[in-house]
Design a protein around this ligand. Structure first.
Ligand SMILES: [Zn+2]
Length: 456
């Protein structure tokens, strides 16, 4: 167990505006959370870092944004309709409901062993499309972003002329009707995923799988997660899905324990095969069900062998919300100061920090200082690094404490010296070292730009 407490992290998230319970004023909805003013920035920064690494920094991945509402046939042929179900048991004593594989014969709430027989339960959210509600007009809220990638495989290949190996990446919402949502934003009913389906020639898949595992661990480290809190778990042969050749889970030491942050699976040709018309014609490695609903065979011309193949697929699939919880956990620090006081500081990697620079006028009633601070805010905002906050609180000490807690790397204070002395200068305070230095206003933009480019 991590020594960081979930209670401390949840309290900070609420106090400073990172994460709130959804519909809180109506008593809240279980397993649903809203991202507040700072949470949305942190989450966007994490997603942007993933997109940069997966799409922009490589030359073999395309992006996609497919719909949340998903055709029932997509989720029938993906196997979700039939198998995306966890057997449930009810406790006859306290009426609570559990996943059968979680409770092992004993109610976690009241300890009773008087449980019902396990019954199947489909975790997908069903909804109706159009004004007429009948048996056939339903669709699903997607339980993962991956299926939209598979169903667009042909569109992307035809429109980009991609050859193997290449990938398609997507970030977006997914929905699962979890029986027992828990551990804050770790297991929730509405969440976001960052998924890449990387298509390779059959036979090169295990090698690509290994490369992706390394790549993804390094990426999480670049988001600030430390080696000692990360672990890899290779699923054993009997744990793998029938079509899967390998699966490695990247685990993180969350406050509630070591749990999955991302999974990297070798899914063979199961997905593209399953969504292909008459898949029995395709000599697939995976066993798939018949499909007479699809209008396409999801194949690609292999330029090496000059044959048509159904590519194998490597899938790095990460949870955005779990990622947010992991970086918050890692960054959350209680420090004993030399004067005996304690400070809470969120030591986020600067590229993830919700606020890049806080500009603070020393005196909130001094028009010259306030005006100068506003000009500096405007100039720094135009650098395009993310949010720069003008904070006219009139209490610099309080502002520093607040910005330590939300992980703002740089605070700029505009004071009397700024407006009275030539050349004009400001105080720049560093979050982690708390050191302050005097920087000339004309050099400030350069200083900030260099700071962020050196932090990656
Ligand atoms: Zn019970």
């Amino acid at each position: 167990m991590s020594e960081k407490s979930m209670t401390d992290i949840i309290a900070l998230c609420k106090r400073r505006g990172f994460i709130f319970q959804s519909s809180e004023i109506y008593g809240g909805l279980q397993g649903l959370y809203d991202y507040g003013p700072l949470g949305v920035e942190l989450k966007n920064n994490l997603k942007a870092a993933w997109w940069r690494a997966i799409v922009y920094d490589r030359d073999d991945v395309e992006g996609l944004d497919s719909t949340v509402l998903t055709h029932k046939l997509t989720l029938r042929h993906s196997g979700h309709e039939a198998t995306f179900a966890d057997p449930l048991v009810d406790c006859r004593e306290c009426k609570s409901r559990w996943r059968a594989d979680h409770v092992k014969g004993k109610c976690e709430k009241c300890g009773s062993t008087d449980l019902t027989e396990p019954r199947p339960f489909n975790m997908m959210f069903k909804t109706t499309i159009g004004p007429i509600v009948d048996e056939e007009s339903y669709a699903y809220l997607r339980p993962e972003t991956a299926q939209g990638i598979f169903t667009n495989f042909k569109n992307v290949v035809d429109s980009t002329s991609r050859k193997l190996p290449f990938g398609i990446a997507q970030i977006g919402k997914a929905f699962r009707n979890e029986i027992t949502p828990r551990n804050f934003i770790f297991r929730v009913r509405e969440f976001e995923q960052m998924e890449c389906e990387f298509f390779v020639e059959p036979g090169t898949d295990l090698e690509w799988h290994e490369r992706w595992v390394k790549e993804r661990i390094n990426w999480w480290k670049a988001q600030g997660l430390t080696e000692e809190n990360l672990e890899c778990y290779s699923q054993k042969a009997d744990e793998l899905a029938h079509y899967s050749k390998a699966c490695v889970d990247i685990l993180y030491r969350f406050p509630h324990g070591l749990e999955e942050l991302e999974g990297i699976a070798d899914r063979t040709d199961f997905d593209l095969g399953s969504h292909s018309k008459n898949p029995d014609e395709l000599k697939l490695a995976a066993t798939v069900n018949p499909n007479i609903d699809s209008t396409a065979q999801l194949t690609i011309r292999d330029t090496k062998t000059e044959t048509t193949v159904v590519p194998f697929c490597i899938e790095p699939s990460a949870g955005v919300d779990r990622g947010v919880l992991a970086v918050l956990t890692e960054a959350f620090t209680k420090e004993k100061l030399e004067n005996g006081n304690e400070r809470i500081v969120l030591k986020l990697k600067p590229h993830l920090s919700p606020i890049k620079v806080a500009v603070i006028p020393l005196a909130k009633n001094n028009p010259a200082i306030v005006e100068k601070a506003l000009l500096i805010k405007k100039e720094l905002q135009s650098l395009g690094l993310g949010r720069v906050l003008f904070e006219n609180s009139g209490n610099v000490g309080k502002s520093y404490r607040r910005h330590d807690e939300v992980g703002t790397p740089i605070c700029v204070t505009v004071d009397f010296e700024t407006i009275e002395k030539e050349p004009a200068s400001v105080t720049v305070r560093d979050r982690d070292s708390m050191t302050q230095e005097r920087i000339e206003v004309k050099d400030l933009a350069d200083y900030v730009r260099k700071y962020y480019s050196s932090q990656g």
